[in-house]
Design a protein around this ligand. Structure first.
Ligand code: PEP
Length: 256
């Protein structure tokens, strides 16, 4: 049995004070993570403050990116060990916004995921096709190349410590959610690819989140699909009621 995991990606939003307010509400509204793991990923400047507030909560903390080197002359970068030091347990790697706007490549995603594992962080590695790629029916080739690139040189043991997020780029922040059938088709493909690359056992155990315009009213149907193990949520994770309703509906779906 794979325990579903809902993660909130706050992107470039919220001051330290605003982050503290939101997480204080979330703590109250999400008292129980027995059936669904819950992670929030604030901006890096708010990590330490949010970590303090989460001390007596089961909600876990993640970062949105990391650099693969540990220390040195890399102005502006933040390493996995510093994220850990600030209280993070998870880190998003290869989000499509980083691929699109910050030159993230298969190679950098690979280095970042490796560095995260080395520092005891759980990477949430994102894959997903652009609209033009879906329309030209190359979705599976794109995803296959992203998986092979991201996890080149990984052992089965390393792979078993990864969380994947399938995020069709055309569904991110657009309000256009993939249908449960569209998402399930790609999730199943991803699981099969992982099985080919790392074996049946790793494929059966790996959690694959769906991401792209997830809201409280569509999470349950997505989660009912056999290969969807939760969600990576952007916009709707910025609102305490919206995010806690997603978690509640995911918990109900997980128990069915
Ligand atoms: C995301 O940023 O990972 C995401 C899925 O965003 P949204 O939920 O806003 O589509």
């Amino acid at each position: 049995m794979r325990k579903p995991i809902i993660a909130g990606n706050w992107k470039l939003n919220k001051t330290i004070n605003e982050a503290a307010q939101l997480v204080t509400l979330l703590k109250r509204q999400i008292p129980d993570t027995q059936h669904v793991d819950v992670v929030i990923c604030p901006v890096v400047t708010a990590l330490a403050a949010v970590s303090e507030i989460l001390i007596d909560s089961d909600i876990q903390l993640g970062a949105q990116d990391l650099y693969w080197e540990e220390k040195g002359a890399f102005t502006g970068q933040v390493s996995g060990s510093l994220l850990k030091d600030a209280g993070a347990k998870y880190v998003i790697v290869g989000h499509s916004e980083r691929r699109q706007f910050f030159n993230e490549t298969h190679e950098t995603v690979n280095k970042k995921a490796k560095a995260a594992l080395k520092n005891g962080l759980t990477p949430i590695v994102c894959v997903g096709e652009m609209l033009a790629e879906r329309e030209s029916q190359t979705t599976f080739q794109v995803i296959e190349a992203q998986l092979k690139g991201a996890f080149a040189g990984f052992s089965a043991d390393e792979m078993s410590r990864i969380i994947l997020a399938y995020e069709p780029v055309w569904a991110i922040g657009t309000g256009k959610v993939a249908t449960p059938a569209q998402a399930q088709e790609v999730h199943l493909f991803i699981r099969k690819e992982i099985s080919i690359l790392f074996g049946e056992e790793v494929a059966r155990g790996i959690r694959i989140q769906y991401g792209g315009s997830v809201k409280a009213d569509n999470i349950a149907e997505l989660m009912r699909q056999a290969d969807i193990d939760g969600a990576l949520v952007g916009g709707a994770s910025l609102d305490a009621n919206g995010f806690s309703d997603i978690v509640k509906n995911a918990q109900v779906a997980a128990l069915k």
